[in-house]
Design a protein around this ligand. Structure first.
Ligand code: FAD
Length: 49
């Protein structure tokens, strides 16, 4: 397991945005998702209809 300070569950828009903020302050962050792609609902337009 990678050494990390913060673990974010979910790689949707919120997870990516928060991860970017942590990285900006040089805080080690890891994002995990149950799916293999990035973007959550925005990556799956069918989920929005
Ligand atoms: C009907 C509808 C239409 C929309 N239209 C637009 C639009 O036109 N333009 C726009 O910009 N926005 C639109 N939105 C909003 C946009 O889709 C959401 O605001 C945005 O995707 C939310 O991001 P999120 O990161 O909060 O959640 P999500 O996108 O849901 O991401 C959550 C992530 O967490 C993961 N996850 C969940 N549970 C677990 C678990 N137990 N373990 C690991 N991973 C997990 C999921 O796989 C997912 O990748 C729409 C939303 C809806 C409902």
């Amino acid at each position: 397991m990678t050494n990390t300070d913060v673990l974010i569950i979910g790689c949707g828009a919120a997870g990516v945005a928060v991860a970017r903020e942590f990285a900006h302050y040089n805080i080690k962050v890891t994002v995990v998702d149950k799916n293999s792609d990035v973007g959550g609902m925005q990556q799956r337009p069918a989920a929005l209809s």
